[in-house]
Design a protein around this ligand. Sequence first.
Ligand code: B3K
Ligand code: ZN
Length: 859
Amino acid sequence: PPVIRREDYKPFPWRVPTTRLDFALGVEATRVTATLAVEPNPDAEPSSEIRLSGDGLEPASVTVDGHGSNSWRMEGSDLVIPLEQGAHELTIVTQIDPSANSQLMGLYASGGMLCTQCEAEGFRRIAFFPDRPDVLSTYTVRMEGPKRQFPVLLSNGNRTAAGEGGDGNHWAEWHDPWPKPSYLFALVAGDLVARTDTFTTMSGRTVELAIWVRGEDLPRTEHAMESLKKSMKWDEETFGREYDLDVFNIVAVGDFNMGAMENKGLNVFNTKYVLADPETATDGDYDGIEGVIAHEYFHNWSGNRVTCRDWFQLSLKEGFTVLRDQLFSQDMQGEAVNRIEDVRLLRSVQYPEDSGPLAHPIRPDSFREISNFYTATIYNKGAEVIRMMRTMAGPERFRQGTDLYFERHDGEAATCEDFVRAIEDGAGLDLTQFRRWYSQAGTPKVEVELEHDGETATLTLRQTVPPTPGQPDKQPMPIPLKYALFDRATGAHRGEELIVLDGTETQIAFGGFADKPVLSINRGFSAPVSIERDTPVEDLVFLAANDDDSFARYEAMQELIVGHLVAAVGEGFSGDDREAGRAAIGRAMTAILADAGLDDQMRGELMMLPSQTYVAEQLLVADPGRIHAEREALKGWLGQRLEDDLVAMHARASKASDGMDAAARGARKVKTQALVYLAAGNPDLAAQMAAAQYDAATTMTDRQGALMVLAGLPGIERTNKLIEFYNRYRGNALVIDKWFSLQASSLHPEAIAHVKALADHPDFTLKNPNRVRSLYMAFAGNPHAFHDPSGEGYRMIADLILALDPLNAQTAARFVPPLGRWRRIEPGRAALMRAQLERIAATPGLSRDTFEQVTRSLG
Ligand code: B3K
Ligand code: ZN
């Protein structure tokens, strides 16, 4: 497959002012008649032909200006039609089989309904079209099909007409007044029911809202609807963005490659991000729904009204929209805990990406398959980069920048450069050097040193950006760091400051410190960098107990534990060192358990051990077995030393209500945390407590938390509760996904055998991406099982990739990165991982998706 390069961008020679699509719907055969009005693009080099992308399509007929044409030809999968300069009308008929579409791209069948997914390049599986984001067209869609099978017919925009046809058919016509690229097209036909509501916009227009699901799922749509209304209001208040159609439809689909899709006026969602009630969804699921509903809704402006010129600009819409959904969630749920969770995700998924073979800048320079670039780098690092601009400008000036961006580029396909320029002009910032964040990959390291002499404290900051594939040498980037200096005696600081480190090194001196102050740096995680410093353990314990910045407090705890684990798996760490390290962590943890000023949600965050991946990230070459053993041993040590406190906390939290308020949610969080430590320290007691929590549970959060702990503890309670859970929720796909996941990610020594057995379970299928992920993503993220020294875990993931690739390439390719980490793993396992990648690479007929990921990983 060819490499596509950003620098080769050329505008399309033709414009397509209007597109008319006519669908004769059938699950096994759908006929599509596409009528395109085309005219020369004055901003492009003229061409004597038009090239329309197709993927697996054959033209049944081609008509140019009303006359059947024979002068077209196929070039690969593209349809090329000779065309004289001037305006023309092209009509092309194709026929597709949605029931055979296992890739879930284009038009496909899911549980008897028909739906579409077009981003990034799925529209070409429906009709021949200039399937690129810079060709904007106004769509009119007519669809006709059997009324009994498809009582509901939806597309983008507003419904303009509907009626009965012959043979039990009915039809509907939809018109979307806003020009859009083909990736935002959507169509849904099925037997669905809706929860409806209305929203009055800031200018007083009424918008009809509907969330479409299968009949039995209707009671579980309330939270999604509330989230939608909150999102619409928030975007008006915070970014001045008003919704622009009379209707907004959301459809939930059980078979979906990712979370959701922002099609204009017709968002299509994975059921996972729509359906919730306390009996079947955890607190985390509720947050996920609120966040994803907001994200897709916010795309209406950041993505749809202003779209991307080409797919290299993907972070223009994704990074910005992630930032917008993060700010929304902070406003809904509180800043502290949300920020910590965002950073945890960034570090456990994006940092490994940035330090591995798949590292790429937030605006990549080349790709073979764009689906592989829907990454944590584009999304989450992209959001951090824009957040840094906001931090440097301040929220008000940043808003002036985004206002200018929307005003300048409304109705256009824009670039990341357009965004940066609008922020520069609107917010009054000079971002000349800052643009390097768009072109350089890799997580910058900032070495921090604080020296003290007489009355003066001197802070030295030094940055390096590590080499990444194709980018051996890097330039320094502006890094905004918030910091504060604490007075040890009073426990207070002199005020938070912001410094932008824009060179390789800088030094600042502070007078008036008789004693050496304690430094709190990268407060609020103001920059997505790794801070490297040698902080004395007592300073970290001090910050963990006293810092008034919640993130910094969490960070001190993480630093304390990571420092200990990294030292403990290294050479020359004595038994005494281990005792001393654990004792310090124990002191800090005891203080956290006892701190009456902390709410339980924050307490739960502070109690969480850094993930295995994050610890491994600190090491050039990691031994996953040793890290796992050391981390588990620390958990056990804490579980034993703090047993009484943990049991008391569990008992206290068990008295909380089962509501959705912050206190009740916090109580559930610390309850499960307590069980996690006790399971490592006193398994019998933990099994008993977890079984009791399971039996008493009135929420999925409590039930799942208890079952998660039990799944890792061999014994009869494990078996009993797993059976009980399965029987209770049999037939509820989203909850059965949890059941698969809990077992695949468990600490149980036989987890590998469990995963093998579950792959043969009658409820397991490769055809449903949620189910595949629930078993195998959970497994690939379970260090002790995936990294089993035998290499069996690697072989299982490679087998999965090979089996899934022909069915669903996009989902298959997502399993390559865990194997691609081999260079950072000790030599024995590294060789086994590499061997599996080579086995995949040697398989003929790989998809473009998997081929690209495997070759880059071996690279
Ligand atoms: N824009 C879609 C992602 C499409 C992924 C295609 N492989 C969802 C989102 O980010 O909102
Ligand atoms: Zn998005």
